[in-house]
Design a protein around this ligand. Sequence first.
Ligand code: C5P
Length: 222
Amino acid sequence: MNQPRIPVIAIDGPTASGKGTVAQRVAQQLGWHYLDSGALYRLTALSALRSNIPLSDQERIAALAAALRCSFAGAVVRLSDADVTDAIRAEEVGNAASRIAALPAVRQALVGLQLGFRQAPGLVADGRDMGTVIFPDASLKIFLTASVDARAQRRYKQLIDKGFSASIIDLSRDLIERDARDMQRTTSPLKPAEGAFLLDTSDMSADQAVAQVLRWYAQILL
Ligand code: C5P
């Protein structure tokens, strides 16, 4: 007999579109688990930077990804027992993450880890390929976007709140470059999954976006 599948809500979208906040709140409201798949790429990138491994060295970085010892407890992210919650959010690490995320062997090395987050009663997963590649059988797929301006403003606020310095112009340029890299790579490019609901949050609060996702989920249960 087939086991009933554990439901997944997949939320994909470009950098700083607000998917992290929305996904976490949806998970909280439903009492489900949450996967921040971008954090896994960031953790791998941080490991590579700290070990001085060139970001093009696919084999060594895939080995790092396969051996990643990390844990998530609430908002705290640990890498080999060290608290790296803030370190992985630095722009340098985000940019490095987007580079190593284009390496097929690195993506492959992180698949098992991501699938392991699918635990009862359900999972809200956020990233770039949650609905297309990692959880193609997700119950609900959302493609969450926002204008470059809105995203640069949000990222700026996040960084300043965390005590990092930032410039809106540099952030906008980085976002555009990172989007292009994510959309143009051959392995698991960023694109809406088939059947995904599109949600543009440029003029929406996080609460409104969360409410919309929950409405869509309620609809598919009917
Ligand atoms: O979402 P976040 O900005 O933390 O992700 C960091 C980088 O990891 C992204 O720029 C993207 O290139 C990559 N990523 C990915 N696939 C995912 C999640 C993130 O390629 N599922």
